[in-house]
Design a protein around this ligand. Structure first.
Ligand code: ATP
Length: 462
């Protein structure tokens, strides 16, 4: 049997990170229990108004390991091993006190928006709860109902974290990515991070199965957060076996600990195929551009698709240029989240399906009787021959086609402006080299030599 531990809502914008608390949990419980599979970061509906940052919840599984173990991290100088399967019959009550102590030590109780909770289940709830929580706004009662009879629930303050904690245990992955997270020494928390940008660019080139590392358009590192949290950096990728090598390529201040997580980041799990009607959902729909793009204060770009307003926020130079080149009658597929007020779709990705022909006038029409150029009689009025008085409609003017500065295909914002759940085009177009995957992720074998504890030393700036 496996103990399914879910955890959420322990951090605040002023510090901490629920993933750090997960590393503390792993450090504590792995002294006498075995970690089963990878710890999981499960991102939930990015449109919930009360999220701190990326609406991420955690799930960690413990039991009595069976099968070949794999090193997946290092905490406090100890290699963290993960097992593919578990036996044993541990009681959720046996670990509750230890989890409580850690939550009570690390959660930001002073922050009014932090409402921690954790769950310890004997088996996971049905996947339905995960799909509801990643796509919709759900109530605490719905989460409690899904977890009823499965084990223990512990809430603090308003206990809203029970939604994320339960939903994280309900994730039954059908698509998954991985993230190696490295943490700072406590003495460095809150000070500027030292991560060498050139080494991040080098890593980005050398490991094509990783993604969202470096924003080349805005010359910015994306792997390191900008908040005062304990995370040093995180590298995301499709192939778990590449992550340690990628991490070793980055030159940075020394890491205190690191751990590989399995995640739903970059999967588009939050997207539903629907028209943009229900607020706080992320929809995928097709339609014709009915109103061309215009820029509003702040540089945001607004256009309409089948009458629904769509907004491209924080457009990068290139994304703004592409989205800004749409014209009425272009056909597009839009993926974006529905904002209630003002009602608009915040664009996450757009696919151009058909390009309308754009023409420009090159000359007035000629008179069919005398052959002379005709005169315009006003903006919308027909043309008239000054000599013969013959009239011709405006459609008779000579026009030529204008080359479009847009091609068919997908467009996405720059790396730094993407949502955690958004599937990068790199993953959609299959440009990631394939890796033999197994349904049981913990069976990925990272060669001992690659992941040795000495690798940590090589991460430090030398
Ligand atoms: P971080 O990403 O830094 O860990 P966060 O963005 O995850 O922080 P939290 O502080 O965890 O933010 O707050 C999110 C809150 O929203 C949690 O209490 C969680 O239980 C709740 N929540 C998550 N998904 C949903 C949902 N679909 N409907 C309602 N509430 C949700």
């Amino acid at each position: 049997m496996v103990l399914w531990i879910g955890l959420d809502d322990t951090d605040s914008l002023r510090g901490m990170c629920t993933t750090f608390l997960a590393t503390e949990l792993v450090r504590e419980l792995s002294t006498d229990l075995d970690l089963i599979g990878y710890p999981r970061i499960v991102r939930l509906n990015p449109n919930v108004p009360w999220k701190t940052r990326g609406n991420g919840a955690l799930c960690v599984r413990f039991g009595r390991g069976r099968g070949e173990s794999t090193p997946i991290g290092e905490i406090a100088g100890r290699s963290i091993l993960s097992f593919p399967r578990s036996t044993g019959n541990d009681d959720p009550r046996s670990v509750v006190g230890r989890i409580e102590r850690l939550v009570e030590r690390w959660a930001c109780f002073g922050d009014p928006t932090t409402n921690p909770a954790f769950v310890v289940f004997r088996r996971p709830p049905t996947a339905r709860l995960y799909w509801r929580a990643v796509r919709r706004i759900i109530s605490k009662e719905e989460a409690l109902d899904a977890g009823r009879g499965l084990g223990l629930v512990r809430e603090y303050k308003e206990g809203r974290g029970v939604i994320g904690a339960t939903a994280a245990t309900a994730w039954h992955p059908h698509d998954r990515t991985y993230e190696i997270l490295a943490y700072r020494h406590p003495i460095a928390w809150g000070t500027p991070r030292e991560v060498d940008p050139e080494s991040v660019r080098r890593m980005d080139r050398a490991f094509p199965s990783t993604f969202n590392n470096y924003d080349h358009e805005n010359a910015r590192i994306v792997i390191a957060p900008r908040s005062p949290c304990p995370v040093l950096l995180g590298i995301r990728g499709d192939h778990v076996k590449d992550l340690v090598g990628a991490f070793r390529t980055v030159r940075s201040e020394p890491a205190d600990r690191w751990l590989i997580f399995e995640t739903n980041q970059g999967t588009d799990d939050h997207v539903i195929s629907a028209l943009p009607i229900e607020p706080s959902t992320t929809v995928d729909f097709r339609g014709d551009v009915t109103r061309g793009p215009r820029t509003i204060t702040g540089g945001h770009l607004i256009f309409s698709v089948d009458g629904y307003e769509v907004t491209a926020y924080e457009p990068s130079k290139q994304f703004r240029e592409k989205v800004g080149s749409l014209v009425p009658e272009d056909r597009v597929r839009v993926i974006g989240s529905v904002r209630d007020s003002p009602r608009t779709v915040n664009l996450e990705k757009v696919q151009v399906l058909h390009l309308a022909e754009v023409t420009r006038k090159i000359a007035n029409p000629t008179c069919p009787q005398c052959g002379k150029r005709m005169k315009s009689m006003g903006r919308a009025a027909p043309y008239r021959c000054a000599r013969c008085g013959v009239r011709r409609p405006r459609s008779a003017e000579a026009r030529e086609s204008v080359p479009r500065r847009l091609s068919l295909g997908w467009y996405e914002p720059p790396v730094g402006s993407r949502r955690h759940l958004s599937k990068p085009l790199q993953r959609m177009t299959g440009s990631v080299p394939s890796e033999k995957t197994s349904l049981e992720p913990a069976r990925f074998r990272v060669p001992e030599s690659e992941i040795s504890l000495r690798s940590i030393g090589r991460l430090s700036r030398s």
